[in-house]
Write a protein that binds this ligand. Structure first.
Ligand code: IMP
Length: 503
């Protein structure tokens, strides 16, 4: 006989509804806050990281590369760069995010002896078309010139050196670091007066410091929720696994990610304990542990001193772990139990350990319900993968005549191929490859969702995630209530008459 058999079912997120609460006068969407702590803090202290909008993107090959992490940080959330790739590639992705300094960019550079075909190759790979040239080819070297897409012909100049085609420094519009300071508004004023599309900032010795691009300034000023670190660079997380952490973490940490995440569906293990201890012993960086779905799992991770706990085993949209192994839990029940354990831990230890709901959070109402059940943040893959900025390319659907993005699980055969036999792998897949609809630019996709989440919070009478934790009342609803909740007993006419998606 098992140690315990729980006869009440484990619940999915979509089995819960939030009951309405009292909504006072003068409350509008702008008064609702989706901010929450991401990392642990002692009672009376401020957490080291507080998300302005508590959404995170999953550490998955298909989802979080630099473009998505930057776009999400601009909107107040956090992207987590996946570790199912070579170590230098992951470190490079973290570096790419950290280059963006809320409008000030540490650009990629060339040395004067580089060849134009190298510039072409980098331009095609990265999508940038403006590269400063420094004496020694490093980003902090003495500025010699600038090479842009207008300075060479892809065919005729391929073999030329960069020195032969660049605009020399004397002909460039540069400003001293002291003149701009870290002030984007000052940079914006200078750019407006200059007729140029970008500003090159150098120090007193003529060494390159930053570039400021007109288009980035606009972007920055339009995004008051940006998540930036003490040096005004965008925040980003990085995942690490329990196998190569002694090699991976040092190299990735050189790029200064803001927070690390263990990357395993079963976080209640001796391997996770070893990996977390290693990071805690060597680095001053917050570590989020996971994944767990039980009180015991939470207590184990909190006892290791992790700075946050990720919840979810089995609920992911591309996940077949439970189907394959019989192990896991409904995400609603898992979040509820772990958050109760978190609250008990706080009462006993005066330390608040944030909980992140990871997997099965797909549409706006899932986010609100996850917060109400106690989660401080949600991590999503399916939700972000359709965005223009996701790491998945647009392809033609194999099933219908239209464009889609591929979404594959980290445990799918496709994701596991990168390891090239280097690691022992389980003998069976725990994830699938799928197609999802395109969702357009992240900002617009997210805005629509935020309106719905904020609308839900107001109906529940709660103006913040913290208030949801204190005041929300949830109820399990039956399959018939789920049916009743959608349009029913009518034939819905057409998409034109019912604009807006249900996400
Ligand atoms: P989604 O947002 O419902 O698509 O779930 C994303 C989450 O699923 C990720 O953050 C992981 O925790 C989990 N996940 C990713 N790949 C796999 C897989 O192949 N099998 C099981 N779970 C996965």
């Amino acid at each position: 006989m098992a140690r315990n058999v729980i006869e009440s079912p484990s619940r999915a997120l979509s089995e819960y509804v939030i009951l309405p609460g009292y909504t006072g006068k003068g409350t509008g969407p702008e008064t609702v806050s989706m901010s929450a702590p991401l990392v642990a803090y002692r009672e009376g202290e401020e957490p080291r990281i507080r998300l302005k909008r508590s959404l995170m993107s999953a550490a998955m090959q298909a989802v979080t590369g630099p473009a998505l992490a930057i776009a999400l940080a601009q909107q107040g959330g956090l992207g987590v760069i996946y570790c199912s790739q070579p170590i230098d590639a992951q470190a490079g992705m973290v570096r790419d995010v950290k280059r963006f300094k809320g409008g000030f960019v540490v650009p990629e550079v060339f040395s004067p002896e580089s060849r134009i075909y190298e510039v072409i190759e980098r331009r095609n790979r990265r999508g940038y078309s403006t590269f400063p040239v420094t004496e020694d080819g490093t980003p902090g070297g003495r500025l010699l010139g600038l090479v842009t897409k207008n300075d060479f012909d892809d065919e005729y100049h391929r073999e030329k050196t960069v020195r032969e085609r660049m605009i020399p420094a004397e002909g460039l519009y540069t400003v001293r670091e002291l003149e701009v300071g870290g002030d984007l508004r000052a940079a914006d004023r200078m750019l407006r007066e200059s007729h140029h599309g970008s500003l090159i900032v150098v120090d007193d010795e003529g060494r390159l410091r930053y570039m400021v691009f007109k288009k980035d300034i606009r972007q920055h000023m339009d995004n008051p929720h940006e998540m930036v670190d003490g040096k005004k660079r965008y925040m980003v997380g990085a995942a690490f696994n329990t196998r190569d952490f002694t090699e991976r973490v040092p190299e990735v940490m050189r790029e200064e990610p803001d927070v690390l995440f263990t990357d395993t569906s079963q976080g209640f293990t001796k391997y996770v304990a070893e990996a977390v201890r290693y990071v805690k012993d060597h680095y001053d960086v917050p570590v989020i542990g996971g994944n767990v779905v039980t009180k015991e799992g939470f207590e184990f991770l909190a006892g290791l001193g992790v700075d946050g706990v990720k919840v979810g085993m089995g609920p992911g949209s591309i996940c077949i772990t439970i189907e394959q192994t019989g192990v896991g839990r409904g995400q609603g029940t898992a979040i509820g139990e772990v958050c109760r354990a978190r609250d008990d831990f706080r009462s006993k230890n005066s330390r608040y350990v944030p909980v992140i709901a990871d997997g099965g959070v797909v549409v706006a109402k899932d986010i609100t319900v996850a917060y109400a059940l106690g989660a401080d943040a949600v991590m999503m893959g399916r939700y972000f993968v359709g965005c223009d900025e996701s790491n998945s390319p647009i392809v033609s659907s194999r099933r219908q005549r239209r464009s889609v993005k591929l979404y594959w699980g980290e445990g799918s055969e496709k994701a596991r191929a990168w390891r090239e036999g280097r690691y022992n792998q389980s003998d069976f897949p725990e994830g699938v490859v799928s197609e999802v609809d395109l969702a357009g630019p992240l900002k617009e996709h997210m805005m629509e969702t935020l309106y719905k989440v904020e609308g839900g919070m107001r109906k529940a009478g709660c103006m913040s995630i913290g208030e949801l934790h204190e005041k929300a009342v949830l109820q399990v609803h039956s399959m018939l209530s789920v049916r009743e909740a959608g349009a029913h007993d009518v034939a819905v006419v057409s998409d034109d008459d019912n604009p807006g998606d249900r996400k």
